[in-house]
Design a protein around this ligand. Structure first.
Ligand SMILES: NC(=O)C1=CN([C@@H]2O[C@H](COP(=O)(O)OP(=O)(O)OC[C@H]3O[C@@H](n4cnc5c(N)ncnc54)[C@H](OP(=O)(O)O)[C@@H]3O)[C@@H](O)[C@H]2O)C=CC1
Ligand SMILES: O=C(O)[C@@H]1CCC=N1
Length: 283
């Protein structure tokens, strides 16, 4: 069966005339902004956001050179591409408030979970909108992102977003109907893996290792396993078999994981997160 997702094409950004604005200076916006700056695709001086409520968020952004405004309106007016990075529960109000300045000259992007393009386009008053589901490893250039183009977003708009998000990791294009599942897998997924790293380190400590060594080994083991799955292209089941010697240590560990329902638990977590995404879209 052909995959419904494709790796997106990228295009260069004219850095001397281009500004990127974030509406919502939260954790995901910070990860994207840091990743973009680190990649060199856009300098921090070309990124904008506004201080809202909590001044410490503004300080985080200004600490790496992002330009701060007092209002969201100024961010929109001074940006070519605007990324809505507020919580799904407030995105409608925020887009509606900004509608008078959201002209078709602005390419709009939303990263909000459970918020459909049809609604975003209606609130903004036009369809030059792209929905993206990124994840926080953007901050270290290892995001897994997926985008879906709105009604009047052009191929060039898609390529521009692919450049931005391609600079901070990998980006695919997929049908919007897959977005809740994508959110449950890659959007939320880093949290599951952080839990796994923490638990593996705890296991190492329980088995007698010092904490620092246990955490370093757990993190590097996850990184190495992911890198192997990507670089070899081998099925993870084959890679697992290559680690597990007959009557050895690994199969003893795997036996415990299987008794505890490890695979079923991970599958359930992703299905539950996808379901929550669907619920958010129905609110
Ligand atoms: N975190 C993640 O891993 C991922 C998040 N997302 C999506 O990204 C979006 C942001 O998530 P996240 O960064 O985690 O959330 P945060 O709560 O960290 O960020 C949202 C920010 O928006 C601010 N805010 C609230 N109302 C307004 C407003 N009217 N104008 C400007 N700013 C406002 C909030 O301030 P205050 O706290 O003071 O209200 C907060 O700083 C969500 O829609 C989420 O679904 C997508 C993929 C991954
Ligand atoms: O937890 C959330 O709702 C957001 C969306 C994906 C990751 N974080």
């Amino acid at each position: 069966m052909q995959s419904e997702a494709t790796v997106a094409m990228a295009t260069p950004i004219p850095t001397d005339t281009f500004n990127l604005g974030f509406i919502g200076a939260g954790k995901m916006a910070e990860s994207i902004a840091k990743g973009v700056v680190m990649s060199g695709v856009l300098p921090a001086s070309r990124i904008r956001t506004a201080v809202y409520d909590d001044d410490s968020r503004g300080e985080v952004f200004s600490s790496f050179g992002v330009k701060l405004f007092d209002t969201n309106k100024e961010v929109v007016e001074d940006s070519n591409v605007i990324i809505f990075s507020v919580k799904p529960q407030v995105v409608k109000d925020v887009v509606l408030q900004l509608k008078p300045v959201l002209s078709k000259k602005k390419l709009l992007v939303s990263i909000a979970a459970g918020t459909n393009l049809s609604e975003l386009q209606e609130w903004a008053g036009h369809g030059r909108f792209i929905r993206v589901m990124p994840n926080t490893p953007a901050a270290v250039g290892e995001a897994a992102s997926v985008m879906s183009l709105g009604k009047t977003a052009t191929k060039e708009d898609g390529e521009l977003v692919a450049t931005l998000f391609g600079a901070i990791g990998k980006i695919w294009t997929a049908d919007e109907k897959l977005f809740d599942a994508i959110t449950g897998l890659s959007g939320s997924g880093p949290a599951y893996i952080f839990l796994a790293i923490d638990a593996m380190a705890d296991g190492g400590v329980a088995a007698g290792l010092p904490r620092d060594l246990a955490l370093g080994l757990a993190s590097q083991t996850v990184l190495g396993a992911a890198s192997m799955a990507i670089k070899t292209g081998k099925h993870p089941g084959q890679l697992k078999d290559d680690v597990a010697s007959p009557g050895g240590t690994t199969i003893a560990g795997i036996h415990e994981l299987e008794k505890g329902g490890f695979r079923g638990i991970l599958m359930n977590a992703i299905v539950a997160a996808a379901k929550r995404g669907r619920e958010l879209s129905q609110n």
